[in-house]
Design a protein around this ligand. Structure first.
Ligand code: SF4
Length: 475
């Protein structure tokens, strides 16, 4: 425990899908060339936004709830070591076993060993960001264990050998005819006359998953919340697949990021109001499953909780950036982000896409490994307004931009500007040169190389006809 949260901020972290595969600008350019993707994204995000706005407007104390959620998360971060120890004690007292994983490799090794110990070679999974983050499915497959995703969208992604592109709607980039093709190609014993009618597609997935639920003895889940005071874990979901995974198998293994702990049972009252309204636009989640350790004769008789650090201690060490750990994964920031709506989630090269991904992934991996993500934003502030726990994402983006290693050429330009501005005559000569370039017809156009990067996405401002100095001298 002491070494766990006491890891130095520079500790190497095992990371699954967090490291940007190619810089955001290149990946975004490729995504922008896909009109189908943009249509799917535009339709889905607009629908969720409208639903969410309607149910949020029903609550007169929404802003107070947001403030309460923010304060609870800030308190949790300030007392994280004590709360985790309290959680461990209460889970253990209720018959669960707690494991500590410093990084992705350790977490994958723990889960793989636990599954092997059961003697089974297949697990059913509840949708979980933490297990995607550590690449658990790939680790299980390498060990000869078959993971089966049971959330419908996650199943589509898994069968399509694809990656999720949205926290809440992982297959948001797919339309129904693409889903039909994936099912026909990959789903065992699928009806070859399958149509792309949504109820028909859902029924095919349901039949396949029911058989899998009833014949699989080990489940792996994430957790939305863990209550330190009682040792209770909570998973919220919409399809009932989570309830099946959490109750039917003999063994349940939960992988949870350490930031998901909340101090007390009554704190759930705040988060269980904030989360569904911000995520699915519902008043409450259709399924809220909670369990405390093991109950003899009821549900899984073996319960393991894997507490995952994987860079979170380093994020916690940054008193400003640590706000990113307040995230309750509602996806509201994605649904309002003009950048996400056009590029989709894959462009972020991380399991955490959109505005929260742009601040969380660089912090988890080290900013240098995801240096383009803090710039994947127009800083319009829509994400801050939408966030149910009031994470000031735009300010964290600016904070992280200051940590990004800047190119030498930029430092050279800044040094030259400082030198020039320090010398009035030289500065006046530079102004004259700028005005000459205006006369030479460069107004409104880009800068010449090597400075043209600055004007790729913006026009060069026109130098004024008269400088302030000229104006001053005349008067
Ligand atoms: S940052 Fe806020 S809005 Fe975005 S997913 Fe997290 S909790 Fe939701």
């Amino acid at each position: 425990m002491t070494t766990f949260l006491g890891m130095p901020a520079t500790a190497p972290r095992g990371v699954g899908h967090l490291r940007g595969e190619e810089p955001f600008p290149a990946a975004a350019r490729a995504a922008l060339a896909n009109p189908q993707l943009r249509r799917n994204l535009g339709h889905a995000t607009a629908t969720i936004r409208a639903k969410s706005a309607k149910v949020i407007a029903e609550l007169p104390d929404w802003q107070e709830l947001r403030s309460a959620g923010s304060a609870l998360k800030a308190y949790t971060m300030a007392h994280l070591p004590e709360l985790l120890e309290q959680l461990e004690a209460n889970v253990s007292a209720a018959g669960g076993v707690v494991h500590w994983a410093a990084d992705a490799n350790e977490a994958n090794r723990i889960v793989t060993d636990l599954v092997r110990d059961t003697g089974h070679d297949r697990v059913i999974k509840v949708k979980s960001m933490a297990t995607q983050e550590i690449g658990l499915n790939e680790a299980l497959e390498a060990a000869g264990i078959q993971p089966v995703e049971t959330d419908l969208a996650e199943l589509i992604v898994q069968l399509g050998h694809d990656k999720p592109s949205h926290i809440l709607v992982p297959a948001i980039h797919r339309n129904r005819s693409e889903i039909r093709e994936i099912f026909l190609r990959e789903m065992p014993d699928v009806d070859p006359t399958l149509t792309d009618d949504p109820p028909v597609l859902a029924a095919a997935a349901r039949r396949y998953l029911r058989e899998t639920f009833l014949s699989t003895k080990v489940a792996v889940s994430g957790a939305n919340f863990a209550v330190a005071e009682t040792g209770t874990l909570a998973v919220v979901e919409s399809e009932g697949n989570g309830r099946m995974c959490l109750t039917l198998p003999d063994t349940l293994i939960t992988v949870m990021g350490i930031e998901k702990v909340v101090p007390a049972w009554r704190d759930l009252e705040v988060f269980l109001q904030l989360l569904p309204r911000s995520s699915t636009g519902e008043r409450m989640n259709p399924y809220t499953s909670m369990w405390t350790g093991v109950t003899p004769g009821d549900g899984p008789q073996g319960f393991h909780l894997v507490l995952l650090d994987n860079g979170r201690s380093a994020v916690l060490a940054d008193e400003f950036g640590r706000q990113a750990l307040h995230c309750i994964r509602c996806s509201a920031c994605m649904n309002v982000c003009p950048v996400y709506e056009r590029t989709g989630g894959h462009a972020y090269g991380s399991v955490y896409p959109g505005p929260i991904g742009a601040v969380l992934s660089p912090q988890l991996t080290g900013v240098a490994d995801n240096a383009s993500l803090p710039y994947a934003s127009s800083l319009c502030g829509a994400c801050f307004d939408a966030c149910p726990v009031k994470i000031d994402i735009p300010s964290i983006l600016v904070h992280l931009r200051n940590e990004v290693p800047h190119p030498r050429s930029e430092a050279a330009v800044m040094a030259a500007a400082a030198y020039t501005m320090d010398r009035p005559r030289l500065y006046a000569a530079a102004q004259r040169a700028a005005r000459l370039s205006r006369l030479a017809g460069r107004r409104g156009r880009g800068l010449p190389p090597p400075l043209n990067g600055w004007t790729v996405g913006r026009d060069l401002p026109e130098p004024p006809k008269q400088t302030f100095r000229d104006w001053w001298a005349k008067r």
